[in-house]
Design a binder for this molecule. Structure first.
Ligand code: TXA
Ligand code: MG
Length: 317
């Protein structure tokens, strides 16, 4: 963790520096037209785990991938039909689309929280655009505030909440829209308003010539009806036993620290590394078809988010 966060004017030299920080797996807060985002290389699992750590997120809600353009976005998610129509109408802009994840896109599984879908947005803000082009990749970026606090619309807000937890903030003044992007997904084949936001729902339904469906669960601003909040959002097929120090004969033991298993979240007991590996290791274990046992994970820092996800995965369904 860098000791000091640099506050940078968004000139080309500083944008190049911020892009270099991203390439090194560091966190950079970036202005977007909606709110400031806490960005990390979406293909670097440890960097993405760092986002959750910095925000002290108590759970792994999936994150939005920010791409420079539709073409790049379409390499990450399947954008066709209605999604393509919306992308062509509203990108770049304050619209996020939840679409099927493309195999081999290389996005860290922590970004999608192990789901088969991915949330993608092409931001319009010039500085976000310049940074994405300089970086040459895509970034995962939730709002740059500690979990449960108000979303930041200035660099000062970002520093007030997260100073010392990221490498740099690009300061481009207040975010012009000031609320998060509108999130649209498809549930039962219907375009669904997962989160109201910067683009009015009417504009979206007008574009599609169809009313938007409301998600099954309740919508509220801070906890949108996204799969991250469902209790068995990621559930392995087999039983999952928590706080295991040894495995019974048929179990696949996932280790942590001193408990070593067939796979480990982190041999050194590093919670950020464990978070970065969590969904990949669960998928590996699940693919064996055997019941899964998992070592105790300390319930502090990133361990809280890991345990939240494990409890949901172990919940009866
Ligand atoms: O305006 C914005 O959208 C800002 C700026 C920085 O781009 N970002 C933002 O990110 O608000 P965040 O992480 O605070 O909100 C992302 C939301 C989460 O509530 C999450 O549940 C939902 O997007 N989401 C992400 N991936 C999803 C998926 N695969 N399916 C459903 N919902 C998803
Ligand atoms: Mg947020």
């Amino acid at each position: 963790m860098p000791a000091k966060t640099r506050l940078l004017t968004p000139d080309s030299e500083h944008i190049a520096y911020a892009a270099m920080m991203l390439a090194q797996g560091k966190l950079v807060a970036i202005p977007t037209e909606t709110v400031y985002g806490l960005a990390a290389d979406a293909r670097n699992p440890t960097a993405v785990a760092g986002i959750y750590d910095a925000k002290s997120r108590p759970s792994f809600n999936p994150l939005i991938v920010h791409a420079p353009d539709l073409e790049t976005a379409a390499q990450i998610g399947v954008i066709d039909g209605q999604a393509k129509r919306l992308a062509e109408a509203f990108w770049p802009g304050a619209l996020t689309l939840v679409v099927p994840l493309r195999e081999g896109a290389g996005i860290a599984s922590l970004v999608t929280a192990g789901l088969g879908t991915v949330a993608i947005r092409v931001p319009a803000h010039q500085v976000a655009q310049d940074l994405l082009h300089a970086f040459g990749g895509v970034v995962a970026a939730p709002s740059a505030n500690p979990s449960g606090r108000i979303s930041p619309t200035t660099a000062a807000h970002v520093l007030a909440g997260l100073d010392g937890k990221l490498a740099a903030v690009l300061d481009a003044g207040p975010s012009p829209v000031g609320v998060e992007s509108t999130i649209i997904g498809w549930q039962g084949g219907l375009p669904t308003l997962l989160r109201p936001g910067g683009i009015p729902a009417e504009a979206i339904s007008n574009c599609l010539g169809q009313r938007l469906a409301m998600p099954a669960a309740n919508v509220d601003a801070e906890r949108p009806a996204a799969p991250g909040m469902l209790s068995s959002h990621y559930a392995p097929r087999a039983n999952l036993r928590l706080n295991a120090r040894t495995a019974s004969p048929d179990e696949f033991l996932i280790g942590f620290g001193a408990v070593s298993g067939e796979a480990t979240l982190s041999e050194s007991g590093d919670l950020v590394e464990a978070a970065a590996r969590l969904f990949d290791v669960l998928h590996i274990a699940d693919a064996t078809g055997r019941p899964i046992a998992i070592a105790p994970i300390p319930d502090h820092g990133m361990g809280r988010a890991i345990n939240d996800r494990l409890r949901r995965a172990a919940a009866p369904r």
